[in-house]
Design a protein around this ligand. Structure first.
Ligand SMILES: Nc1ncnc2c1ncn2[C@@H]1O[C@H](COP(=O)(O)OP(=O)(O)OP(=O)(O)O)[C@@H](O)[C@H]1O
Length: 223
C-alpha cells in the first residue's frame, strides 16, 4: 500500500508546488494517473520511487516511510521494489534486446545475475512477444516492440510497484492498447501495484481507478 498524507514538494528554482493532501493506493491496485501537462504526474512517480523526497508530509510505501530513509536505503528500495517504464523507452542502442532486458543486473551490484534470471528474461520476452528478437539490436525492432523490451527490463527484478510514465505516448492505437493490456495482465499475475500516467482517455476503462492529480493537490504559484 502507498499512503500519502499532507505531502509538499517543490523543485529548487521553480514556481511549481505539489501539495497532495491525501492519496492512498492499495497494494496490487491498478491505477491510471491523469491531469493536465505540468500538474505533477511525473513528479508524483518520482516521489513514489524515492528519486525525489517530499519537503513535508509523509509518503509510506509498503510500510516504509520514504522520507525517513537515507540515500543508500532509498536506492535499495528503488532497486528492490520499483520497476519504471518511460515514454521514450530509455533503451541502449548499442546493446541487443537480451542485454537491454538484463541491464538492471549489469548496473546494480545488489541484483544477482544467475541462471534463474536468464531463464526469467527469456520467459518475460516470450510473454511480451519479443523473444524472437532476443539477439537483435534495438534499431532493428519497431517502436511497439521497443516499449515491450523496456517493460521486460522493468519487470525482470520482480518489482512490487510498477510505475509507467506515459508508456504508450509514442505508439499507434493497436500498440497503445497492447502495452496497456500487457502491463495490466502482468501486474495482475504478479500481484504488483501498477501506476500508469496517461493522457489518453480511451485507455482508462480497464484500470480499477483513475486518479486525477489536479483533484488531489493545489498548485500554489509564488512570485
Ligand atoms: N527538475 C526540475 N526542476 C525544476 N522544475 C521542474 C523539474 N521537473 C519538473 N519541473 C516542473 O514541475 C512541474 C511539474 O512537472 P511534471 O513533469 O511532474 O508534470 P507532468 O504532469 O508530468 O507533465 P507532463 O504531462 O507534461 O509530462 C512543471 O512545471 C515542470 O516544469
Amino acid at each position: 500500500m502507498i499512503e500519502i498524507h499532507q505531502l509538499k514538494f517543490s523543485y529548487p528554482q521553480s514556481k511549481f508546488r505539489l501539495h497532495i493532501l491525501e492519496l492512498v493506493i492499495q497494494a496490487a491496485e491498478k491505477v491510471a494517473v491523469i491531469g493536465p501537462s505540468g500538474c505533477g504526474k511525473t513528479t508524483l512517480l518520482n516521489l513514489i520511487s524515492g528519486i525525489l523526497v517530499p519537503d513535508q508530509g509523509t509518503l509510506t510505501s509498503y510500510g516504509m516511510d520514504l522520507k525517513a530513509l537515507n540515500d543508500h536505503q532509498r536506492r535499495a528500495y528503488r532497486i528492490s521494489q520499483i520497476g519504471f517504464v518511460f515514454q521514450e523507452f530509455e533503451l541502449i542502442d548499442y546493446l541487443n534486446v537480451r542485454e537491454n532486458i538484463l541491464l538492471p543486473y549489469f548496473i546494480n551490484g545488489a541484483l544477482l545475475l544467475d541462471a534463474g534470471v536468464h531463464e526469467r528474461a527469456q520467459e518475460l520476452a516470450a510473454s511480451m512477444q519479443v523473444d524472437q528478437y532476443f539477439n537483435s539490436h534495438i534499431d532493428q525492432i519497431s517502436q511497439g516492440e521497443r516499449q515491450r523490451v523496456a517493460i521486460c527490463r522493468a519487470l525482470l527484478p520482480q518489482p512490487q510497484i510498477l510505475l509507467a510514465d506515459e508508456p504508450t505516448g509514442n505508439l499507434d492505437r493497436v500498440n497503445k492498447e497492447l502495452i496497456r493490456d500487457l502491463l495490466l495482465e502482468h501486474a495482475t499475475r504478479t500481484n504488483a501495484t501498477l501506476i500508469m500516467v496517461t493522457h489518453d482517455d480511451s485507455l482508462l476503462d480497464r484500470f480499477e481507478r483513475t486518479v486525477d492529480i489536479e483533484r488531489f493537490h493545489e498548485v500554489v504559484e509564488t512570485v
